[in-house]
Structure formats: structure tokens, C-alpha cells
Write a protein that binds this ligand. Structure first.
Ligand code: PLP
Length: 412
């Protein structure tokens, strides 16, 4: 198995970074390419009267094809935005405004990201009706629940591909099928799934899909929305008015370096998706098995099988996760979801899954990335084990790599 990617990895190695669902370090190939663009390709891509502008426009179109190709779309179906949050807002509010006369009902799930929940909440205040389904104990919503929730007034289903807190995957292709059968548009927030698992808008029956570059080793501040171009052709009301860029759907001068970086990050992810996923899954499972074998009452949160290959959310019974993390300054991991931003209940996803307050409060999310190495996981096992034991007032013996991925190699 390939290990430490010395050429493309970020330079900083401390603390041990296991918070890739919050944001990923940029791949050095992406940084290099963006640096070139920032130095040389500064023309405004809307200004195609001169060579500099045309060059910018060309770069944007290359990136559009790279993004489309990662999700099985056509380049014309991609609109660049500033983030997945903006993409979700454009999808949800854009559908509401365009199709609201047909019906005023939307279906979603309680464990969705706030980027979906809050635009829907705003629509509720404007007279829309939103059904928020409860996920099961693993964090999954079923296709039967969706089918039952659809009424004659339903115009949109918004369900995430993968949950950011526990990594659970939803049955997206089945939901897409039901949406089609019932004539309802389907928006999928695939922010955590893109670049980690295969996503294909055609075979999954997705009409609108939100993604964000910083979740797969691309830059922050750039996202995209896929908008189905045929069968059916989805129409959205723009939410930002101005110069009419992106076919009028998203005005504002395009962030050319960011878009180029996103395109390259998509191409890299597509080329090494399986390899990256396998490595992360092996290390993630090693982390869980080692923690579970050394510590009492370690419980997995999320689906045991239908889960992102990089995500491990565990509860350490008898501890409070915030206290545990305070004892672990060398480890960057998440308590609840980083995106809750401190203003919302950080446990709302775990609560929606039916986890009790104690279990939710003792949960930590470890999320791996392309550049996570076995030595870091081993170190994490030791440090977390020791910290939990201090809290439990117990002793722990030092772990050795059981995944077999360190043999004959020095990770330092
Ligand atoms: N949707 C999901 C599932 C997420 O995990 C996140 C961020 O963590 C977002 C949307 C928002 O993404 P962005 O940071 O690009 O706005």
C-alpha cells in the first residue's frame, strides 16, 4: 500500500490532522497550479475582448469539464459558486422561487447540514411546508420514508449523500428513482461524498448536486452546483443578481484561481479515488479496532458498513469529549461538527439518530484524508488511549500497528 505522499502532502505535520471532514489540506499540485494562475492569468474571464480575459475564460471551461467529469455530468450543467453553502441555497431557494406555484412542500431529513436546514427554515417562514424525516439509529433515511412523505404539493427532496458528523451514506440512487417516479426534483448535498466515493448524477437520478472544493484537497471559498440540463431541464431563479455571469445564475466575477484549483482537485480525486479510499478505510478501521480493543465501552456512531471510508465517529463512555480533546492538543479532531459554528446544538445529528445525551457528549469524530499516514494513526491510538485512561484513572499498554501497513517502513 502506498503511504506518505511526500511530494504532494502539506508541509505542516503537527498536530496530527484528523479533521478532514471540516476541511482538507490542499494538495501541493493544486497550490502550484493556482499560484501559476494568480501570477500569470489575472484577466477577467467575462472580458473576452482581449487575450488575457480569453485565457481566463478558457481555464474556467477546462475546470468546468473536470468538475463535471467527476460526477458524471455535462460541463454545461455546472455553475461555480463560493461554497457548498451557497450551492445549497441556490438549489433550494432557486427551486422554491421557480416552482413554488406548483406546490409549496419540500422533504428533507433532520440530520442534514445547516446549509440545507436553514434555507429550508427560511422558506418555512415564507409559507412553505417542510417535512423533516428522522434518520434511523445509524443516521440513514429510507426510501420508504421519502415515498410516504411526498404529497401532491411536493416540489423538492433534499437529502445528503453522506453525513458530515458520522459519515453514514444515504440510499441516493433509490431516492433518485422514487423522485423521478413521483415527478419531484431531487437535490443532493454531496459535499462530504464527492472525491471520497463514486458519485454519478445520471445513475443516481440526481437533479441538483452541491459540492465544495475544500473538502477534497482543493481551495476554500469555491464550490459548484450541478443543475440537470435535460430529462428534466431544471430551472432555477438566481439568488444573486448582477453582471449575469454563469448564464445569469450566479453573478459576480469568477474566482479563476479557485475554480482552476477546484478543477484540478476534481481530476486528482477522480484519478486516485479508489486508491485513496482504500488507504483511508484501512487506517480508519485500524484506528477503531485498536481503540475498541484497548478501551472499555468504545461505541461506533454511524452505519457500520454504509459509511464514508474516511470517517470514524466514536463515543468513549464515561468521558466528556470536550474534556478529552483538551487533554489531546497534539490531535486535531472534532467534537460534534465544526460547521455547527458554536451557535447551534453541536449534537443535533447524534440526537436525531436517537443517541442519548451522554453518548453524544462523549463522541469524537476522526476524519482522515489523502495525506493521513499510519504513524499518525498509531500515535493517535496511543494518545487517545492514554487520555481516556487518565480520565478513567486506568492504565494502558502502548499499541503497535495491527493493520500491517507499517511493516518495513518508517513513517517519520
Ligand atoms: N454540507 C455538508 C454536508 C458539509 O459537511 C458542509 C461543510 O462542512 C457544507 C455543506 C458546507 O460547505 P462549505 O464549507 O463549502 O460551505
Amino acid at each position: 500500500m502506498r503511504d506518505y505522499d511526500t511530494v504532494n502532502a502539506p508541509r505542516s505535520t503537527t498536530p496530527i490532522y484528523l479533521d478532514n471532514n471540516a476541511s482538507t489540506p490542499m494538495d501541493s499540485r493544486v497550490i502550484e497550479c493556482m499560484t501559476d494562475v494568480m501570477q500569470s492569468d489575472y484577466g477577467n474571464p467575462s472580458n473576452t475582448m482581449h487575450l488575457c480575459g480569453r485565457r481566463g475564460a478558457e481555464l474556467v471551461e477546462i475546470a468546468r469539464r473536470q468538475v463535471a467529469s467527476l460526477i458524471g455530468a455535462n460541463a454545461r450543467e455546472i455553475v461555480f459558486t463560493s461554497s457548498a453553502t451557497e450551492s445549497c441555497n441556490l438549489a433550494i431557494k432557486g427551486v422554491a422561487e421557480m416552482y413554488g406555484r406548483r406546490g409549496k412542500h419540500m422533504v428533507t431529513c433532520l440530520s442534514e447540514h445547516k446549509a440545507v436546514i436553514n434555507p429550508l427554515r427560511r422558506l418555512e417562514s415564507q409559507g412553505f411546508n417542510v417535512t423533516q424525516l428522522s434518520p434511523d439509529e445509524h443516521g440513514r433515511v429510507s426510501v420508504e420514508q421519502i415515498n410516504e412523505a411526498i404529497t401532491a404539493a411536493t416540489i423538492l427532496i433534499s437529502i445528503m449523500a453522506a453525513n458530515n458528523v458520522v459519515g453514514t451514506l444515504n440510499p441516493i440512487a433509490e431516492i433518485g428513482k422514487v423522485a423521478k417516479q413521483r415527478g419531484v426534483l431531487f437535490h443532493c448535498d454531496a459535499t462530504q461524498a464527492v472525491g471520497k466515493i463514486p458519485i454519478d448524477v445520471e445513475t443516481m437520478g440526481i437533479d441538483l448536486l452541491s459540492l465544495s472544493a475544500h473538502k477534497f484537497h482543493g481551495p476554500k471559498g469555491v464550490g459548484a452546483l450541478y443543475i440537470r440540463g435535460q430529462s428534466p431541464k431544471v430551472r432555477l431563479a438566481p439568488q444573486i443578481d448582477g453582471g449575469g455571469q454563469e448564464e445569469g445564475l450566479r453573478s459576480g466575477t469568477l474566482n479563476v484561481p479557485g475554480i482552476v484549483g477546484m478543477g484540478l482537485a476534481c481530476e486528482i480525486a477522480r484519478n486516485q479515488l479508489n486508491e485513496d479510499a482504500q488507504r483511508m478505510e484501512t487506517l480508519r478501521d485500524h484506528l477503531f479496532k485498536s481503540l475498541a480493543s484497548r478501551l472499555p465501552n468504545v461505541t461506533l456512531n454511524g452505519h457500520p458498513g454504509e459509511r464514508l471510508p474516511n470517517t470514524l465517529n466514536v463515543s468513549f463512555a464515561g468521558t466528556v469529549a470536550t474534556e478529552l480533546m483538551q487533554r489531546l492538543p497534539e490531535i486535531a479532531a472534532s467534537v460534534g461538527s465544526a460547521c455547527a459554528g458554536g451557535t447551534d446544538d453541536p449534537y443535533y445529528v447524534l440526537s436525531a439518530m436517537g443517541l442519548g445525551e451522554d453518548r453524544a457528549a462523549s463522541s469524537i469524530r476522526f476524519s482522515l484524508g489523502r495525506f493521513t499516514i499510519c504513524g499518525e494513526i498509531d500515535s493517535c491510538i496511543e494518545k487517545v488511549g492514554n487520555a481516556v485512561n487518565v480520565l478513567h484513572n486506568n492504565e494502558i499498554k502502548s499499541p503497535a500497528c495491527q493493520a500491517g501497513c507499517c511493516e518495513g517502513r518508517n513513517d517519520s
